[in-house]
Design a protein around this ligand. Structure first.
Ligand SMILES: C[S@@+](CC[C@H](N)C(=O)[O-])C[C@H]1O[C@@H](n2cnc3c(N)ncnc32)[C@H](O)[C@@H]1O
Length: 204
């Protein structure tokens, strides 16, 4: 039987500690800089899709965001963040679910995805992601996405990824307005450099 997406990622988080994964960031500087650049107020509802053990949630709590949802297909990844935060994470909505089949039952004003969308290499999976984004947001919502850049890695955690220029990434979200794009050179814990493309899009 083939490994499910959840089994794959639970095994990844079970094998190595939070600080050893290639995507680890002590502080998610780029994501925070984008929130600052776009003057995203702490009253905005925000979902971090495929958050894993990311420390973005710590920073959002620290800044005073009051409506934070964190979703990941891997319960093991989210557990690392929950354990780290303890009581201060009590108000966060922790959601173990595959983003491609998620029915949030509500909408968010800010959608954040760092290094998750690029794992979607089949056109039908991208369509499913866009359908979820459509039901999880309303016009005016901000969509903040970070993927490997055209000269970034071809694989991550044993899985192939799609690599994007800012133009190609924005084009994948047909009809969304490109607000701004950035390039980031992420340094991994093993001291490798990975090029990322970031875009901020606005839902029309
Ligand atoms: C490279 S990690 C990035 C984690 C986090 N966004 C960060 O920047 O630290 C990719 C994450 O996406 C999650 N993931 C992969 N496919 C997913 C899916 N279909 N639905 C939800 N989460 C998924 C994995 O479990 C993992 O936590």
């Amino acid at each position: 039987m083939s490994e499910t997406v959840a089994e794959h990622w639970n095994a990844v988080y079970g094998r190595v500690g939070e600080r050893s994964v290639s995507w680890f960031q002590e502080v998610p500087e780029r994501s925070l800089a984008i929130l600052d650049r776009l003057a995203v107020d702490t009253s905005r509802s925000i979902v971090d899709v495929g958050a894993g053990a990311s420390r973005l949630v710590d920073e959002l709590i620290q800044r005073g965001f009051g409506d934070i949802t964190v979703l990941d297909v891997s319960g093991a990844g989210l557990d690392q963040a929950r354990a780290r935060l303890g009581d201060s994470g009590a108000e966060v909505r922790w959601t173990v679910h595959d983003v491609l089949t998620w029915h949030p039952g509500r909408t968010f004003e800010v959608w954040h995805d760092r290094a998750v969308f690029h794992f979607l290499t089949a056109a039908e999976d991208i369509e499913r992601y866009l359908a979820v984004l459509d039901r999880a947001t309303r016009p005016g919502a901000l969509v903040l996405l970070g993927t490997f850049a055209e000269d970034g890695p071809t694989h991550c955690s044993g899985l192939p990824v799609s690599r994007y220029s800012a133009t190609a990434l924005a084009a994948a979200f047909d009809g969304y307005e490109l607000v701004q794009s950035w390039r980031e050179e992420h340094r991994t814990p093993a001291d490798a450099v990975q090029a990322f493309t970031w875009v901020a899009l606005r839902r029309p």
